[in-house]
Design a protein around this ligand. Structure first.
Ligand SMILES: NC(=O)c1ccc[n+]([C@@H]2O[C@H](COP(=O)([O-])OP(=O)(O)OC[C@H]3O[C@@H](n4cnc5c(N)ncnc54)[C@H](O)[C@@H]3O)[C@@H](O)[C@H]2O)c1
Length: 290
């Protein structure tokens, strides 16, 4: 290929975070290849990019080998909310672990820089608040959340072994719960902002350190949407973390990053997005139960 344009592969590019990343990188003049098996992602999330000359979408499952030529890889493919990752837990672990092996192997062959979308779930139900990067977590390895938590932990292990063993250029971001336009209708996740920079040789935490309880969040959403919904209190799902809060000291000092969008601003943008989607009519209900 003769182009000097940077070529980037984004796995999970049709998902919530991935589609925003595709958009951002295309806007920056990067050549973007979006790879997704559309398990939780939607073609609609990237439909507006499809006609652009420097954007390409490919249906592919990252648990299978992929032979492409790129300069950088952003590995975001993985169902991210409990309802989705517990639907087929074996496939979830395969996506995290075999997917990471495939993407790291590709990066090694291409000498490409590779980014891993890791998660606050590597901390499990933490016993330390807030959670700094050095905290090793409290994860139940055999519970219903383990397919995701342990899958992501193993993916981190693989990334750091490729870094130590093969001098691969890796970036690992532990992203805390994020919401916004294009998230899946079934997601019940809370806020932060997302950024694509991270550190070489150490994971970095990205999230919003302003804590909000789920009960407070439910009240705020009901008030902002004017919904007639009533709050039902149920027992906590098995191994669900009781409290979590990112310690973003490293992100602030090293990356000079901190979240810019407060909860209510983020919610109003998200509500506007879902209002528009609902106004489009049938289809959403089907997706919401997929
Ligand atoms: N959104 C958050 O709050 C959050 C927090 C921490 C980490 N993350 C991580 O960020 C990444 C993106 O999350 P998201 O919120 O955009 O979720 P999402 O479900 O919207 O996006 C994930 C994408 O990966 C695709 N995918 C799943 N399995 C695949 C496979 N085997 N092969 C190819 N594509 C596959 C899905 O179809 C989807 O488009 C995930 O790796 C997730 O674990 C997200």
């Amino acid at each position: 290929m003769s182009s000097v344009r940077k070529r980037v592969l984004i796995t999970g590019g049709a998902g919530f975070l991935g589609s925003h990343l595709c958009e951002r990188l295309v806007a920056q003049g990067t050549d973007v290849l979006c790879v997704d098996n559309y398990f939780t992602g939607r073609k609609d999330n990237v439909a507006h990019l499809l006609g652009l000359p420097h954007f390409e979408a490919m249906r592919h499952d990252i648990t299978h080998s992929l032979f492409v030529e790129v300069d950088e890889i952003y590995n975001l493919a993985c169902p991210a909310s409990p309802i989705h990752y517990q639907f087929d837990p074996v496939q979830t672990t395969k996506t995290s672990v075999i997917g990471a092996i495939n993407m790291l192997g590709l990066a090694k062959r291409l000498k490409a820089k590779i980014f891993q979308a890791s998660t606050s779930e590597v901390y499990g139900d933490p016993t330390l608040h807030p959670q700094p990067e050095v905290y090793r977590g409290n994860v139940n390895p055999i519970g219903p959340r383990a397919c995701y938590d342990e899958g992501k932990r193993c993916a981190e292990t693989l990334f750091f072994d490729y870094f130590r063993q093969h001098s691969l250029k890796i970036k690992v971001a532990r992203i805390f719960n994020t919401f916004g336009p294009r998230m899946h209708p079934n997601d019940g996740r809370v806020v932060s902002n997302f950024i694509v920079q991270a550190l070489q040789g150490a994971p970095i935490t990205l999230g919003n350190p302003v804590e909000t309880s789920v009960a407070e969040l439910a009240d705020i959403i009901i008030a902002m949407t004017g919904s007639r919904s009533k709050i039902t209190r149920r027992p906590l799902p098995i191994d669900d973390p009781i409290q979590r809060c990112p310690d973003i000291t490293e992100a602030k000092t090293i990356l000079e990053w901190q979240p810019k969008t407060d909860l209510k601003t983020g919610l109003s943008r998200t509500i506007e997005y879902f209002d528009k989607l609902l106004a489009k009519g049938p289809g959403l209900e089907h997706e919401a139960t997929a």
